[in-house]
Design a protein around this ligand. Structure first.
Ligand SMILES: Cc1cc2nc3c(=O)[nH]c(=O)nc-3n(C[C@H](O)[C@H](O)[C@H](O)COP(=O)(O)OP(=O)(O)OC[C@H]3O[C@@H](n4cnc5c(N)ncnc54)[C@H](O)[C@@H]3O)c2cc1C
Length: 244
């Protein structure tokens, strides 16, 4: 049994050199730019040839400023032209259950039917890790679960049935693709204080990457109260005034 922690990777850039990442960012913000521009322009000739990657600093500023302006409006469908593909390793299975509720996304998750665990990897919530006695008891419980799982497999029980003994803390791995409109919605919900800490931590790590790559889209994104300037939750945190 091994204790593991979640790790976030953006598949889009994982094998790219820095200059290629820059080109990818150019291409994606130009998709947004032309998506928005198309709605308000009568031009038919050379419409998508105004800019070339790599863009100059002035060109990048022009494109980003236009996107920033558009982001102030409720016109959100052009954001669907760009997607991001994430690989999250070592996600608690109770978190992955919440994760895949986001339907405007494609999810591919490690199968517990086809992948047997030789060494059970489990996550641990901070509230348990921070208490020495609780943490020791937690590890004992996980070791027992692993032994029981292995015993069932050795007795010839199929993995799809033996997994019923496994705890929610069992680490899973998932590849998820979302378009930027759904990413914003995901952050609105999952950066919220009301979301479980495990998913909130992952969401903030992803938001940080989004902000580094596409600040003109994500710089004002966070829990939904950030844009609303009030908390719409039934049990608000102390960050924003409560309004119903
Ligand atoms: C703090 C918190 C607590 C939660 N508690 C619970 C709980 O106790 N029990 C529970 O079952 N779930 C719970 N959820 C899950 C929640 O109900 C959603 O299933 C989840 O957040 C996915 O978001 P979404 O429905 O907006 O879907 P997404 O798939 O992310 O869809 C994005 C948006 O697209 C639109 N959309 C998508 N599909 C449809 C559709 N079929 N029809 C119409 N519009 C659609 C909606 O506007 C939706 O908001 C909780 C979520 C959070 C953040």
């Amino acid at each position: 049994m091994e204790i593991v922690t979640p790790k976030v990777e953006l598949v889009d850039i994982v094998s790219l050199e820095p200059e290629d990442i820059n080109m990818l960012i150019d291409i994606n913000i130009l998709k947004l730019y032309y998506g928005y521009r198309r709605c308000y322009s009568g031009d038919t000739e050379n419409f998508t040839k105004k800019f070339h990657s790599p863009m100059t600093a002035d060109e990048r500023r022009e494109v980003e400023d236009f996107i920033r302006k558009m982001r102030k409006s409720p016109h959100e469908s052009p954001l669907e032209h760009v997607t991001m593909t994430w690989h999250v390793y070592n996600m608690d299975r109770s978190i992955s259950h919440q994760w895949v509720r986001h339907r405007i996304a494609a999810h591919s998750q490690a199968s517990q039917r086809y992948v047997k665990y030789d060494n059970l990897e489990v996550t641990v919530p901070d509230s348990i890790r921070n208490n020495k006695n609780l943490f020791e008891a937690y590890k004992d419980y996980m070791n027992n679960a692993e032994n029981m799982y292995r015993g069932l497999i050795e007795l010839g029980v199929p993995a799809e049935d033996a997994r019923s003994i496994l705890p929610n803390a069992t680490a899973t791995h998932i590849v998820t693709t979302m378009n930027l409109r759904e990413m914003i919605h995901f952050f609105n919900e999952r950066c919220c204080y009301r979301a479980q800490k495990g998913i909130r931590d992952i969401a903030y790590e992803m938001l940080d990457i989004c902000n580094q790559m596409y600040p003109c889209v994500f710089e004002n994104v966070g829990p939904k109260c950030k844009a609303l300037h009030y908390c719409p939750e039934l049990k608000p945190c102390e960050e924003k005034p409560f309004k119903h």
